[in-house]
Design a protein. Structure first.
Length: 140
């Protein structure tokens, strides 16, 4: 029950974020999530947005020294099952790409309805494209 899931290949370490590599269901992953509604509102109000047919990325600088990520799936996506699937897809893509994201940012990922028609690799590719377009991508 308390076993860590091993991923294929070696993952590069997180870039000087001070929190180490991110693993599922770990305290570290909780530390990088945006949870307060005030944080979501600040990022949406002050941040800049980049869009893709599958999702919208909104980014705003923060003062904590590492990147935090929040996920939104609105009711227009459909039932709770559909919204939860969209959030799972976005969280997994963010978890896999987190070591390559520049530290010091708050990101809000907003799911679009078309995300429900694709698999996780396409979501990961879309998030990588947005990270590159926004200048948040770091080559390792």
């Amino acid at each position: 029950m308390g076993q860590e899931v091993e991923l294929e290949g070696e993952r590069p370490p997180a870039p000087t974020s001070g929190i180490g590599p991110i693993k599922r269901r770990s305290v570290r992953w909780r530390k990088v999530r945006l949870r307060r509604s005030a944080d979501f509102e600040r990022v949406r109000r002050e941040g800049q947005a980049w869009s893709h047919p599958l999702l919208v990325l909104t980014a705003s600088p923060n003062t904590v020294g590492w990147t935090r990520i929040g996920v939104i799936a609105g009711r227009r996506l459909g039932t709770a099952v559909a919204r939860n699937r969209a959030k799972r897809l976005l969280r997994e893509a963010a978890r896999r790409l987190y070591p390559r994201l520049a530290p010091g940012w708050d990101l809000v990922l907003i799911a679009r309805p078309s995300i429900l028609t694709v698999k996780e690799p396409q979501v990961e590719t879309a998030l990588e494209e947005l990270a590159r377009a926004s200048g948040l991508w770091q080559e390792v």
